[in-house]
Write a protein that binds this ligand. Structure first.
Ligand SMILES: [Zn+2]
Length: 457
């Protein structure tokens, strides 16, 4: 069992969904007459994962994913808490009524716990207090076209306003950081069509777009910092390794800046991506192998704080699987169920311990979204969210085992190590050996200062 970063044999005592005590592994169960006892032998018990970057797309684009499918797949992947992105649902989560719709639809449909990010668009900058007061865990903005018309990007002036506002709430501002310096992706290639060419698609979303956006964000955060407002700035799905030095410098200067990356940037690389296969398309793009090595270095030295899925599914027809048209295909990778084995397989090969992977996929993201007193660790008073994990099991990812709605994945056929055998949510078994168990018991995770229901953090 993973306790405070170390694996040790132990017994976990759970009452009403909360861990009450951690005792020696040989405790006399006769002491607890009415208790249900599970003995997992030599299997590893790890805290449930916390995935703070998931596009569930309900309401409005429920045919892309939805609470039911996304949270089943999450449970199968060892994730017990996730946070839903404010797009690509319709309406987007940019006001309280849209958030309330999500809360209603989640109820009775969530197999794991779920929080919500609120969205920032130019039109709602002056009304963000309402959304923040309604219980979102933070806000998300784009510095580039999001792909969803009703979720336009914001500029430096907007961002400064938002930083000043959210800084007072001590909640994070998450930013999709790419700054386009031409009118279209097409212009970067000076008129050459992307077509089916992965290298041309890659060239159309250059690293400098990420680097320039991150530079701008750091400059804006520094200037609000100088005014005594310490905004928590978070860079989502970092792909450009060039930006690591910027983030590192920002941290060293005392800015509250954090960054995440995703299993696809850590396990895939452009040299191995075939042309005309849009299943690999995401933005920012998966870059070369040397870039991937540097991202691992960024995790190792703490510049990158954690790993999340950025699960962003769409119906197969939008992925242009038949035409192979990379320019027009939906950008998004579906992988919520496989983040742990993918990350563990790579991490192990690179000499990292499983405890480090759990820090990246559970403890650190829990802290980031304000759940550090309830999630991300096995300790007394924490929720009894845990996973029975076989760290040595090797297997091939197969389409038939996918539990999210559209069974698309760049990892079908990939050989991985590490199998989620069982997942417990607040002491309840929700996933066991390929099957979802019982009924949906997921609760909403709302910001503790204000909340719309009793599921407050
Ligand atoms: Zn995303």
């Amino acid at each position: 069992m993973l306790i405070d970063g170390t694996f040790d044999a132990a017994s976990l005592l759970v009452s009403d969904g909360i861990i009450t005590e951690i005792r020696s592994f040989d405790l006399d169960t006769a002491e607890y007459e009415d208790a249900v006892v599970h003995d997992f032998g030599h299997k590893l018990i790890i805290p449930g994962l916390v995935d703070t970057h998931v596009h569930i797309n309900e309401p409005g684009r429920t045919h892309w994913e939805g609470f039911h499918y996304a949270t089943r797949a999450a449970a199968a992947g060892g994730i017990t808490s996730l946070v839903d992105m404010p797009l690509n649902s319709s309406p987007v989560t940019t006001n309280v009524s849209a958030l309330e719709q999500k809360l209603r639809l989640f109820k009775g449909n969530g197999w794991v716990d779920c929080g919500f990010w609120g969205g920032v668009v130019p039109q709602n900058i002056d009304d963000l207090d309402d959304l923040l007061d309604a219980g979102v865990l933070g806000l998300k903005a784009f510095t580039i076209e999001s792909g969803i018309d009703e979720f336009p990007e914001v500029n430096a002036e907007h961002l400064t306003k938002v930083m000043r506002k959210i800084g007072k709430y001590q909640l994070p501002l998450l930013v999709h950081a790419e700054l386009q310096d031409c009118h279209t992706e097409h212009d970067v290639l000076q008129g050459t069509p992307i077509g089916k060419s992965y290298s041309r698609f890659l060239a159309s979303r250059p690293k400098r777009w990420e680097n320039n956006a991150i530079k701008l964000l750091i400059a804006l955060a520094s200037s609000t910092n100088d005014d005594g407002i310490f905004t928590k700035l978070h860079i989502v799905h970092l792909s450009s390794s060039d930006a690591l030095s910027l983030i590192k410098e920002g941290k060293e200067k005392g800015l509250r800046i954090s960054a995440e990356t995703c299993p696809h940037y850590l396990s895939l690389f452009s040299e191995a991506i075939p042309d005309g296969n849009c299943i690999f398309k995401c933005c920012p793009p998966i870059r070369d192998n040397a870039n991937r090595d540097l991202l691992w270095g960024g995790l190792a030295d703490g510049t990158i704080d954690f790993i999340v899925s950025d699960h962003s599914p769409s119906p197969p027809e939008l992925k242009q699987l038949e035409s192979g048209d990379l320019e027009n295909a939906w950008g998004g990778i579906s992988s919520i169920q496989f983040g742990l084995p993918l990350s563990w397989t790579e991490a192990k090969n690179r000499g990292f311990d499983l405890s480090k992977v759990i820090e990246w996929m559970s403890t650190n993201p829990a802290k980031f979204c304000g759940l550090e007193k309830r999630k991300g660790r096995l300790a007394p008073s924490f929720d009894a969210d845990f996973v029975v994990f076989d760290d040595h099991a090797e297997y091939v990812i197969e389409e038939q085992n996918i539990l999210y709605r559209h069974k698309l994945s760049p990892y079908i056929g990939a050989r991985v190590m590490g199998l989620v055998e069982k997942t417990f949510l607040r002491g309840n078994l929700v996933y066991s050996d390929g099957d979802i168990i019982g009924f949906p018991k997921g609760q909403t995770l709302m910001n503790h200062r204000h909340s719309l229901n009793d599921g407050s953090v």
